[in-house]
Design a protein around this ligand. Sequence first.
Ligand SMILES: Nc1nc2c(ncn2[C@@H]2O[C@H](COP(=O)(O)OP(=O)(O)OP(=O)(O)O)[C@@H](O)[C@H]2O)c(=O)[nH]1
Ligand SMILES: [Mg+2]
Length: 308
Amino acid sequence: MEDKLSGIITGQEKIKSGFVAIIGAPNVGKSTLLNQILGQKVSITCPKPQTTRNRIVGIYTSQTSQIVFLDTPGIYTYKKDKLDEFMVKTALKAASDVDVICLMVEATAKKNTHDLNVIKQISKVSAPTILLINKIDLIKRQLLLPIIDKYKDLGSFEAVIPISALYKDGIDRLISEIEKLLPYGPKYYPDDMWTDQPERFIAAEIIREKIFHLLREEVPYAVAVTIDYFEEVPDRNLLRIGATIHVEKKSQKAIIIGEKGRMLKEIGSKARMELEHIFGTRIFLELWVRVEKKWRRDEKVLRKFGYR
Ligand SMILES: Nc1nc2c(ncn2[C@@H]2O[C@H](COP(=O)(O)OP(=O)(O)OP(=O)(O)O)[C@@H](O)[C@H]2O)c(=O)[nH]1
Ligand SMILES: [Mg+2]
């Protein structure tokens, strides 16, 4: 009654609100899911594992709820440097501080050792957990039930939801299951805000995504991108962005630049096109490549590159 009354006084509907972490092994589709829920790209994606390195906030606002999603780096056991440690810690910390966890696994996984590891790592966290079985578009329908059975006894889940993040299958059900678990609460962000990432960070991530897509083997993993300048040119509908691509070795620098600078040009033009779309303005993008030896092992440099 009281709530209803205060709702009338403030002119606002009662809504559900809270924080939800998307957690799982690398490459299961966490960032794809977040982008599809929002209908906006807030988190970069790639067929290669270990794409996401930071906690990425994506805000979903509807008539009935405001859900603040935290996309996280994939959790894995094999950590070989300080960047790996940072990524796993970031994911576990996000999981420890939310109202609901969405634990994502892949329907196509042959073995579930990676998922078991994730379940073990988050077992100390007490938030209610929804199990998402993703990529169901890749399996035959009749295989779904045995897959659900394989996973559902591995933990205590509020719901088990088969989805295809890529084809937006199962997302409505996911939102309604999350809403059931969230408390009534305030809106934490304005209605039209879908992320809290600074524009500079988005620019650096889009450049890194192009490198992830265009280059193979160890190179994408040895790359960090920092922004040197980010300036709007008044009255010209133009944004000037300068960025440095850091690698660990001279040989990687040569690969990034490519023959006659072709690779760097391609990275630049793909990133520029997408950034023009995201920021809705023309972009002048200048890229440099620099060697920072073994930066992934150096905590100080890691912090300088934004992994803190
Ligand atoms: N077929 C299919 N592919 C999907 C689906 N969801 C994601 N993918 C693909 O799986 C790959 C990994 O997706 P991401 O969203 O980057 O995965 P992630 O879990 O965020 O990966 P990390 O950030 O590396 O931990 C990409 O190539 C996606 O297009 C899906 O429902 N079906
Ligand atoms: Mg990701």
